[in-house]
Structures are given as structure tokens and as C-alpha cells.
Design a protein around this ligand. Structure first.
Ligand code: ZN
Length: 75
């Protein structure tokens, strides 16, 4: 697990996440980033690759903020 802070938003990155792996099956995708709480679960993509994709990171940061605002139950 890696701790990262971008735009003053601190979050964790978990590579080879089993939950993200399940999401790849469901989505029929080869790489997935999915946010649970303040952790980005990755599968099929490593942390460096994910962080290099600014658009993708920005999108996931939105989800982290949603979790902070509404908590787990909102999802
Ligand atoms: Zn999304």
C-alpha cells in the first residue's frame, strides 16, 4: 500500500487489489482503478502508471471526495 497526496488530497494506493480484479471481470476491462474510502484499488495497472495518467487520477480524486462527503453508505 502506497500513501500519496495530490492537490492536498491524501489517499492510499493498493496495487493488485482483489476487489479491483473482480471489477475487471464485471466491467470486462483489463485495467481498473476503483475507490473505496480513501484507497484507490488498482488491478492491471501499477501505481506509477496510474499516477502518470493525470486525467484518470483526477477522476478518481472526485470519487475520493464523494466518499469524504457522503461516506460508504451513499454508494
Ligand atoms: Zn469513476
Amino acid at each position: 500500500m502506497e500513501r500519496v497526496s495530490i492537490n492536498n488530497i491524501a489517499f492510499n494506493i493498493k496495487e493488485k487489489s482483489f476487489l479491483a480484479k473482480i471489477a475487471t471481470w464485471k466491467l470486462g476491462s483489463t485495467n481498473v482503478a476503483m475507490v473505496l474510502g480513501s484507497t484507490v484499488h488498482l488491478y492491471g495497472v501499477d501505481a506509477a502508471e496510474f499516477l502518470a495518467n493525470k486525467k484518470w487520477v483526477k477522476h478518481e480524486l472526485c470519487h475520493i471526495n464523494q466518499f469524504k462527503q457522503y461516506g460508504f453508505l451513499g454508494f
